[in-house]
Design a protein around this ligand. Structure first.
Ligand SMILES: *Cc1c(COP(=O)(O)O)cnc(C)c1O
Length: 357
């Protein structure tokens, strides 16, 4: 084969694409854009000169995001999803032989990009309470000096925010901490202010994917101006498509009320779903600051997952991840979708319980 050995060993990213009546598997916003907004998008799309390359700096979109996040456009670089920015960080930060550290279980992309580039990784298992194992993490950072540390904040797939005190001590031991805030709108917790101060050694990732625009593939990295300037050197010139720039601009100006409403709905459903899941016999649900829940069933997770899908409900099977035996992840849907999920889960648990007897 002509491929590098490290590529030979990789597996292509696989995600569950089975069609289902109720899809609660990818942490998407359950609401599509309102029709009026779509009509406006249609108008703006028609004005695009399709023969032209898009703005490589995505200037107007960065200005809009800068206002929203109370930073300067110079503090922002955009990626084709935050996935692309995770890739850029792994390409640009430290030497290739220097490691990347992160707690596990977490977002799989940190590992995927490290493996793709052949960079060593240090994966530090979370404690039983799903918080950081501070002493083990500190040991890794001090002894092996990884070039950067990825922190999903809140963490996917566990849903919790790691202890800020622990993070603030740990980040002093590493030259760069990446605070991946894909679920910021649902948690309200951020390192964005610290990201603007180069002496803090923090950069922040955000994305439009979880607030209604997963289809566009727009992610953002927020950092000190000089950091952004350096990262622009590795950015592919036209990574944010013209249509994506145009649509994001429309939605982030005229659609803000819709996004705010939808996020509020999800948060209120999160609290309701938590209570309902807590009431269910045998289910252990982990409290979440994101738009999804991790929960554990007393039955084989593969079976529960499959039976839910047979009944039209698709959620994410995360039981193969280290420390998550028996666990599944479900994102918060519309109230009616959440009801279907709850009822279907109850039915599946009842079936499994009676077949066990
Ligand atoms: C969903 C998610 C992302 C988003 O990736 P995009 O490429 O922007 O869609 C990033 N980080 C975490 C932890 C996520 O869960």
């Amino acid at each position: 084969m002509v491929f590098a050995k490290r590529i030979d060993h990789l597996k292509a990213y696989k995600t569950e694409t089975s069609p289902a009546k109720v899809k609660l598997s990818s942490n998407e916003l359950p609401y599509d854009l309102p029709e009026e907004l779509k009509a406006k998008i249609k108008e703006e799309i028609a004005k695009i000169p399709f023969n032209r390359y898009p703005d490589p700096y995505a200037t107007e979109l960065r200005e809009i995001l800068a206002k929203l996040w109370k930073v300067k456009p110079e503090n922002i670089i955009l990626g084709n999803g935050s996935d692309e920015l995770i890739f850029y960080l792994a390409i640009a930060i430290g030497e290739n032989y220097e490691a990347i550290a992160y707690p596990i279980p977490t977002f799989p992309m940190y590992r995927v990009v490290a493996d793709t580039l052949g960079r060593p990784v240090y994966e530090v298992p979370l404690n039983e309470d799903l918080d950081l194992d501070e002493s083990r993490f500190a040991e890794i950072l001090e002894n092996y000096k990884p070039a950067l540390m990825f922190i999903s904040y809140p963490n996917n797939p566990t849903g919790n925010l790691f202890s800020k005190e622990k993070l603030n001590r740990l980040r002093k031991l590493v030259s760069l901490m990446v605070s991946d805030e894909a679920y910021y709108d649902f948690s309200g917790e951020s390192y964005i202010e610290k990201a603007l101060d180069p002496s803090e050694n923090i950069v922040v990732l955000r994305t439009l994917s979880k607030i209604g625009l997963a289809s566009l593939r727009v992610g953002a990295l927020i950092a000190d101006e000089n950091f952004i300037k350096e990262l622009f050197k590795v950015k592919l010139p036209f990574n944010i498509t013209y249509p994506s720039q145009v649509i994001a601009k429309v939605v982030l100006t005229e659609g803000l009320d819709f996004i705010k409403w939808a996020v509020k709905q999800v948060i209120s459903e999160r609290e309701r779903l938590l209570k309902e899941l807590q009431k269910m016999e045998g289910i252990k649900v982990f409290p979440s600051k994101a738009n999804f829940f991790l929960f554990k069933t007393p039955f084989d997770a593969d079976t529960v997952h499959k039976k839910l899908l047979e009944k039209g409900v698709l959620i994410r099977n995360v039981s193969y991840l280290p420390g998550l035996e028996g666990c599944l992840r479900v994102n918060i849907g519309k109230p009616e979708e959440n009801n279907i999920f709850l009822e279907t889960l109850e039915r599946v648990l009842r079936e499994l319980k009676s077949s066990k007897r």
